[in-house]
Design a protein around this ligand. Structure first.
Ligand code: FNR
Length: 363
């Protein structure tokens, strides 16, 4: 279908489901066991109502903000996702160009399909963030961070919710193309008696021995701001403050790791209830299930500085750079009209009073 027939995030998903290979769509869309956290990520946003204010001169709207000091046109980043080239060969490079032309940020995965040097070269002068999976072989991580430092990245997001691997069943059910290789280890995918899942091969290098003490070690390797990706409780947010990181990304990994970890918007509510000081101490981001401009506004009302989108960017790659640009425009337009109808002109004016969370407050 032509790009102009795509008018929302769900349309991109439909096209990917129909046009990508079955295995690719299974790997991207799947989540752990019952996929409940994945599904609830999306549907919990639908249980939050707006409390709009009227007659506030909203003739001019500004959706821009800064993320760790980097100016962005929309409070949105492209989540790190491994193996984006399964849907389109240019993959993270195509996303990099779209990030630059639309003025948003891309977080490059440790498991990106192309070397980081090649990806950042696609968008000269544009800021990038890096997502780190700590390797069991710590020397490999040291080498990787040295490359990241040299390339002028603006922050490192250390993923902390991958000590185990989610059992992703739609991925396991399909045999894997045995030519697919882990971009990190070169290990080949294989189908065995557990199934044909790519996840097991992709995650085999991740260090399950990671602890809070390792933050100090990462700090010895870089001067970049450090953000923890995958915090889901107030208790761990408090530890993040204690370890003086620069931000946290509240996330259940798109439901792909621990199923029944809470939906992303509830994570923000937990911070408000149990750890409100976090919002003064560091930037807080959220990802998982964000499909509408209105979802972005809801998250920002509840204290997020910016949000991440994962799967829809992968699906948009069915149309290459143009697809990803189109997705950003769609989300920005939806945000724009949502802000006008809520009575806010810029992102400094959003606050919790603009949303009614009573339907989920007891959860
Ligand atoms: C991911 N995610 C992920 N996270 C991470 O820290 N490193 C990674 O390499 C990957 N790889 C990855 C691959 C694929 C195919 C998906 C779908 C997801 C998780 C990702 O960064 C993000 O947390 C979620 O995708 C957000 O949820 P939505 O927007 O996909 O619902």
């Amino acid at each position: 279908p032509p790009l102009h027939s795509i008018i929302n995030s769900y349309d991109f998903e439909k096209v990917a489901a129909e046009t990508a290979s079955k295995k690719t769509y299974a790997f991207y869309s799947t989540a752990a066991t019952d996929c409940w956290s994945r599904d609830m990520n999306e549907s919990m946003y639908k249980r939050i109502w707006f409390r709009p204010r009227v007659m506030r001169d909203v003739s001019r709207i500004d959706t821009s903000t800064t993320i760790l000091g980097n100016k962005v046109n929309v409070p949105l980043f492209i989540c790190p996702t491994g193996l984006a080239k399964m849907i389109q060969p240019e993959a993270e490079k195509a996303l990099a160009r779209a990030a630059q032309s639309t003025g948003i940020l891309e977080i490059l995965s440790t498991s990106a399909s192309h070397p980081v040097e090649d990806i950042v070269a696609e968008a000269p002068g544009h800021p990038f963030f890096f997502q780190l999976y700590v390797n069991k072989d710590r020397r490999k991580t040291e080498e990787l961070i040295a490359r990241v430092n040299k390339l002028g990245f603006k922050a490192i997001f250390v993923t902390v919710d991958a000590a185990g691997r989610g059992k992703r069943e739609s991925d396991e059910r399909l045999v894997v193309d045995e030519l697919v290789m882990s971009p990190v280890t070169g290990e080949r995918a294989k189908t065995d008696k557990k199934g044909g899942g790519l996840t097991r091969m992709m995650g085999s290098f991740i260090d399950q021995a990671l602890t809070w003490e390792d933050i100090a070690w990462v700090r010895t390797l870089t001067d970049l701001p450090i953000v923890l990706k995958g915090i889901t409780t107030a208790a761990d947010a408090k530890l993040a403050m204690k370890h003086k990181v620069d931000g946290i990304l509240l996330s259940n990994h798109g439901g792909r790791n621990l199923d029944y970890s809470p939906p992303s918007i509830l994570l923000l509510l937990e911070m408000h209830k149990c750890c409100p000081e976090i919002f003064d101490k560091m930037e807080v981001y959220v990802d998982g299930g964000i499909r509408r401009g209105g979802d972005i506004i809801k998250a920002l009302c509840l204290g997020a500085t910016a949000v991440g989108v994962g799967r829809t960017f992968l699906y948009s790659l069915a149309y290459g750079t143009e697809g990803a640009e189109h997705l950003v425009e769609i989300l920005k337009d939806e945000m724009d009209s949502c802000m006008k109808l809520l009575g806010v002109r810029d992102l400094s004016e959003v606050h919790p009073g603009l949303v009614n969370t009573s339907d989920v407050d007891h959860l």
